[in-house]
Design a protein around this ligand. Sequence first.
Ligand SMILES: Cc1ncc(COP(=O)(O)O)c(C=O)c1O
Length: 381
Amino acid sequence: MRERFPGIGPDWARLDGPAGTQMVDTAIDAMAEFLRSGDNANGHGHFAASTASTELVDDARATVARLLGADAEGIVFGANMTTLTFAMTRVLARGWEPGDEIVGTRLDHDANVTPWQLAADDREAQLVLAPFDIETGRLDPEAVIDRIGPRTKWVTITGASNALGTMPDLAPVIEAAHAAGARVFVDGVHLVPHAPVDLDALGCDIFVTSPYKWYGPHSGVMWIAPDLRETLTPYKVRPASNAAPERFETGTVSFEAIAGIRAAAAFLLETGVGEIAAAEGARFEPLLRGLQAFPHVVVHGPNTVFDRTPTVSFTLTGHEPDAVAAHLADRRIAVWSGNYYAIETMAALGLQTGAVRAGVSGYTCEADVTRLLEAVGELAP
Ligand SMILES: Cc1ncc(COP(=O)(O)O)c(C=O)c1O
């Protein structure tokens, strides 16, 4: 698996996957091949290159749809999750009235909080955030369900926390929201690389994911449920297609990124996300246990390997997170420090300067984990 990632050399232990993974070889090649092929043209024209671009996009929608267990007609390509979410919340808010409510969570990345807050502010609606258990890092579905009321329009929830790795149980939340007449938006950015997703079975209304977290290029994908994709009124220019899903894609899409997304999705389908998750789990368990064994390390979030992604946040007694990350970088270990934009989560945990985050990806090897644990051990007070 490791040899499929040209960006992974012998020098660095790349534990920065939750912020973006290295690209798989076929996705890199697909982007370069598209740009070299002469097919680089806008879609829906009358010449061969344009037809090829149209076919690329159609096929990429179908491939990503297979990965997500969804239908291709709901797959929208965009710049990244944040941009797609800002655009969509603005569209959804067109139907909100003063006093309407949105329920979110404190486990979410800010890209799934602030777009809702600003859209709610525009309509004098309220965003209410459900708390998580700060001891375990777990989000009790009841904490969300309890906040759903007759004025709730949308429930927005993370599929997996990019800070703590927690994977909330989405099914009861979706069921309760729908029973109350509310819709559900799921941030799948940190979920898709680490767990098989079946949107047909999940039953949410909108789902977002970012291919650059799953070995593809910097880009975003949104899936929209059939009734919404037809009935919502997106902000769009007049000559652009009124047909879904194109009506949600403002301006010209990045065809080269879509070539890369298709290849990355095909890689996940061929390899199996379940298989990747199992390999990650074998690396993650010693990493988590090793961190927990240090008396000077505090692991934040779940202390078990179950119902979580292979991502862990930790702090070291007597050392600021940024200083720890710099020390690790000196030893050629790439991790992130700070809040990783999960500002509600970090505030709930009382971590003013954040934490250090290490994430296992499909290409992580045993030596990466050993190197991290040895370097953390060097910082014992
Ligand atoms: C859980 C989660 N949601 C949303 C985002 C934002 O994604 P994007 O960079 O595609 O806007 C991130 C990025 O780190 C994330 O980890």
